[in-house]
Design a protein around this ligand. Structure first.
Ligand code: ZN
Length: 374
């Protein structure tokens, strides 16, 4: 009997693994470009894609900045050198980026559209206009020319249009290339204003002391409007995320996702599985945020109890704002529990309210909050 149960459990884990792999396959993509700098050089986490432009806050920062000093820049794509230029000041002329210093533009193709890759603030281009380049080829030495406060590489993607004034043509490079073996996360937060903060825990990358930021900012709502990806339709993104499981929160916790990143994969946080993905990686009690939240008729809370639990009499309890217990679940079982909390558990005269839920007899799990909207 015991061996049968063991086998059964193994079978179940296999099923869950198959499910997770399938889900992650469906909802993730691979990177389209190679990275234009060496893997030990990070993107600047304190000047993000879509963040208000430092010199003119009514514009957005239309690319990302790599913290490269005077070092080799590599072509992120195959293509042809469209332009090699020098623009010392902020004059914008057609596609010429104001203040870009020495810069070069490589024309490539993605999904039957021209993709223009801009490399700015270079010390010295190593290629000439009209030349063919291949992915990974050295194309420049980075530098600090033009409107730049220190050596770095501003890397910008324009899809479909080369012109500067078409900010909608911009795409977030964090979702196009990554440090080898790392992944990326994206999502879309409904009704998020521009530059709403999106937090991620734990910090997905080791950081030098001068970039302590471990958050993203939303973009593409209102002005300045910049582009979302044609496939992903995101309004926030985290690039160079090391493989692992992360919690993403925004809007004071109303937006909350648990997402697992695999090497080289770009994962949609909004379609990631929740508890299922975590349970295979951690042998501990996992206690999900209810979904949907806020809720109107019913909401689901998932609790995973590992085989060796601290307590074999665990239940889920729901409290109102005055601390009165208004619901207690059946005894939870080992494995995955899905508790459906229905509006029928509430006094029908109640209006919209904040509720709290926790596991009984546990002080190692936080109390979580959910919102009932009448
Ligand atoms: Zn920049």
């Amino acid at each position: 009997m015991k061996s049968f149960l063991m086998r059964d459990k193994k079978f179940l884990i296999c099923c869950i693994l198959t499910f997770v792999i399938k889900v992650s396959y469906i909802h993730s993509q691979t990177f389209r470009l190679s990275r234009p700098v060496k893997d030990n050089i990070q993107a600047n986490g304190s000047y993000l894609y879509g963040e208000p432009n430092i010199s003119n806050p009514s514009y957005a920062h239309l690319g990302i900045d790599y913290l490269i000093r005077y070092d080799t820049v590599f072509s992120a794509s195959d293509g042809v050198v469209y332009f090699v230029g020098y623009n010392p000041n902020d004059t914008i002329n057609g596609y010429e980026p104001g203040g870009a210093g020495n810069y070069l533009v490589i024309q490539s193709i993605w999904n039957n559209k021209y993709l223009f890759l801009f490399y700015m603030h270079l010390q010295k281009p190593l290629i000439t206009q009209g030349q063919q380049v291949i992915k990974g080829q050295p194309i420049a030495i980075s530098g600090n020319t033009g409107n730049s406060t220190g050596p770095h590489l501003h890397f910008e993607l324009r899809l479909g249009s080369v012109n500067y004034n078409s900010s909608r043509s911009r795409r977030n490079p964090e979702l196009w290339c990554s440090i080898d073996g790392m992944g990326a996360i994206y999502g879309k937060i409904p009704n998020a204003q521009n530059n709403s903060r999106v937090d991620i825990y734990p910090d997905p990358k080791p950081r030098p002391p001068y970039t302590t930021f471990s958050y993203a900012l939303t973009y593409n709502f209102n002005d300045p409007y910049i582009g979302s990806d044609d496939v992903y339709q995101e309004n926030y993104a985290f690039g160079d995320v090391k493989p692992g499981t992360y919690t993403i929160t925004a809007q004071g916790g109303l937006y909350r996702r648990i997402v697992t990143v695999y090497p080289g994969q770009i994962v949609n946080a909004d379609q990631a599985t929740l508890v299922e993905e975590k349970l295979i990686s951690e042998n501990q009690i996992i206690f999900s945020q209810n979904y949907p939240n806020p809720f109107n008729s019913e909401t689901v809370i998932k609790v995973y109890i590992p085989e060796k639990s601290y307590n074999d009499n665990l239940k889920l309890e729901v409290y109102d704002i005055l601390g009165k217990k208004i619901y207690e679940s059946e005894k939870l079982v080992t494995g995955l529990n899905e508790i459906i909390f229905s509006v029928n558990n509430l006094d029908c005269t109640q209006s919209s309210m904040v509720l709290f839920y926790r596991l009984n007899g546990t002080n190692f799990e936080p109390t979580k909050k959910m919102i009932y909207l009448k």
